[in-house]
Design a protein around this ligand. Structure first.
Ligand SMILES: C[S@@+](CC[C@H](N)C(=O)[O-])C[C@H]1O[C@@H](n2cnc3c(N)ncnc32)[C@H](O)[C@@H]1O
Length: 268
């Protein structure tokens, strides 16, 4: 399934969603579903033992409040929070292996990080592991839907790897636009400020991640955002981008080129 998305739309797009609960535990989940519906300004529809497609009716999809997580259903696709690559990266770090992002950011225990582009929070979770209990990671996400799904996932997702769970629980997600947030933040507030904007490539196939692409904002930081980030950073501003574009150079970063992914660094 391909879903058309207007480039300028950052959140619920042209899709009409409803919020509902899973079939089981409907009564105990109703209060949470109503709260989510209010926060996201998406109508709440009672499940009443009906199939999901009956509940969705003529809408485009549903945000389903389940026990311990929220899932998003559009057509045949479903998405819910999962730490994805963050688990593998944390396992590698615990074995003493290197992580390129952690190295480029120069993270050590106690550091404070502002991740301006939370997305699914994989990078934020890895940064949280690297800075440990004495550090902090604040992650900003402009899409209210993604930030809701991810912040509930970070606080409830269970995994046998305790280092991963601890790192997830410590990440604080804010539904905010980094342009506004940076302008309201005092000078030298975070050791590292990080950006990972969407790559420009169009996705043609349907996967769980495509659903994220529909709700994520495709915008990239402007020169003025990078100037603000430099003011807010104590040590370094880092931006990740595909190696096939020229955005990093244009924004004034020193480029550490990789085969597919490059990092831009500005030391403050
Ligand atoms: C490529 S994703 C980030 C992926 C993330 N680093 C991870 O590890 O999952 C970029 C995210 O930044 C968000 N975003 C774009 N512009 C933003 C802005 N102005 N303020 C906050 N978030 C923004 C998008 O909605 C998207 O979810």
């Amino acid at each position: 399934m391909r879903i058309a998305r207007d480039p300028g739309q950052s959140d619920s797009c042209s899709l009409r969603l409803v919020v509902t609960t899973s079939l089981s535990h409907e009564n105990s989940l109703e209060a949470t579903a109503r709260r989510v519906s209010k926060r996201l300004s998406i109508p709440y529809v009672r499940r009443k033992n009906r199939s999901l497609s009956d509940v969705i009716g003529s809408a485009s999809g549903a945000v389903v409040v389940e026990s311990g997580r929220i899932s998003l259903h559009i057509g045949e696709s479903a998405f819910w929070f999962h730490p994805n690559m963050a688990k593998i990266r944390i396992m590698q770090l615990t074995r003493g292996q290197r992580d390129r992002m952690v190295e480029v950011m120069g993270l050590s225990p106690g550091d404070t990080v502002l991740d301006c582009t939370c997305g699914l929070a994989s990078d934020a979770i890895v940064a949280s592991f690297a800075v440990g209990e004495s550090g902090s990671v604040h992650a900003l996400e402009i899409s209210s839907l993604l930030s809701e799904i991810v912040s509930i996932g970070l606080s409830t997702h269970e995994d046998p790897l305790s280092e991963l769970v601890d790192a997830m629980r410590r990440v604080q997600v804010f539904n905010a636009d980094y342009s506004d947030f940076l302008r309201k933040t005092p000078d030298r507030q975070y050791d590292v400020v990080y950006f990972d904007p969407m790559f420009e490539k169009t996705v043609e196939t349907s996967t769980g991640l495509d659903i994220v692409r529909i709700f994520a904002s495709p915008a990239a930081p402007a020169d003025s955002d990078i100037e603000e980030a430099v003011r807010v950073a104590k040590r370094r501003v880092v931006m990740k981008d595909s190696s096939f574009g020229s955005r990093l150079q244009e924004l004034g970063f020193k480029v550490l080129r990789g085969k597919r992914i490059s990092y831009g660094v500005i030391d403050v």
